[in-house]
Ligand binder design. Structure first.
Ligand SMILES: NC(=O)c1ccc[n+]([C@@H]2O[C@H](COP(=O)([O-])OP(=O)(O)OC[C@H]3O[C@@H](n4cnc5c(N)ncnc54)[C@H](OP(=O)(O)O)[C@@H]3O)[C@@H](O)[C@H]2O)c1
Length: 184
């Protein structure tokens, strides 16, 4: 049985379309930090119970030296160089469509595709994303890791919600428009 668990990309980019600098610096994200303002992230994570990220993003998260933020959730890290699991995550090297099919065969909350760009590219290429929440930070960073790498896939998107904040952050939520249910 297929359950209605959405696969959602929730990510921040610079105005010129990068999610990190060439050296993986993401400190520029903090220019929009404001007391009491989480840009809806807390509410978003309340509605997910599964996280998928790439090995490079996972290592970046670990480099902060804080407690892993998704301890209460099932987290898969895509990797062809690592396998098994650690205290926080399970490594996965198989077909991502099969992963989503397996997760979606059980009931639960939505599925967060955290990034980075390589993982998003694979999910877009396989047409597995249902929603994008993209926060655009008011900065040009000039180089780095592009949010969207070429996939040759066209997807029509419906803008569901758009909010701008005093910090200059603009957050858009898009639904992927499909003529019929996605092939899962
Ligand atoms: N701005 C934001 O909100 C945001 C969000 C997330 C990440 N980031 C940043 O983005 C950067 C990382 O992005 P990235 O695109 O370079 O790397 P990434 O997508 O995080 O990780 C790439 C790695 O994931 C594994 N992988 C990807 N697709 C796979 C597949 N289909 N099957 C098996 N393994 C797969 C491979 O690991 P192996 O090499 O181990 O095989 C690959 O080297 C970091 O700087 C991170 O901080 C920013």
């Amino acid at each position: 049985m297929k359950h209605d668990r959405k696969v959602i990309v929730y990510i921040a980019q610079s105005v010129d379309g990068y999610i990190a600098k060439k050296d993986d610096d993401i400190s520029w994200l903090s220019i929009v930090d404001a007391p009491g303002e989480d840009y809806g992230y807390g509410e978003f994570v309340e509605n997910i119970d599964t996280v998928i990220m790439g090995r490079r993003t996972y290592e970046k998260v670990l480099s902060f030296g804080m407690e892993f933020p998704h301890k209460e959730r099932k987290t898969y890290v895509l990797s062809n160089s690592k396998n098994g699991s650690d205290d926080n995550v399970e490594y996965y090297s198989g077909d991502v469509r099969e992963l989503i099919n397996t997760i979606s065969s059980n009931s639960g909350k939505h599925i967060f595709v955290d990034g980075g760009a390589e993982v998003i590219k694979e999910f877009v290429r396989r047409d597995l994303i249902d929603e994008y929440v993209i926060s655009t930070i008011p900065i040009l960073i000039g180089n780095g890791v592009r949010l969207f790498k070429g996939t040759e896939r066209e997807n029509k998107l419906e803008l569901v919600e758009s909010n701008s904040f005093p910090s200059g952050l603009v957050q858009n939520r898009y639904k992927v428009v499909r003529g019929e249910d996605k092939q899962v």
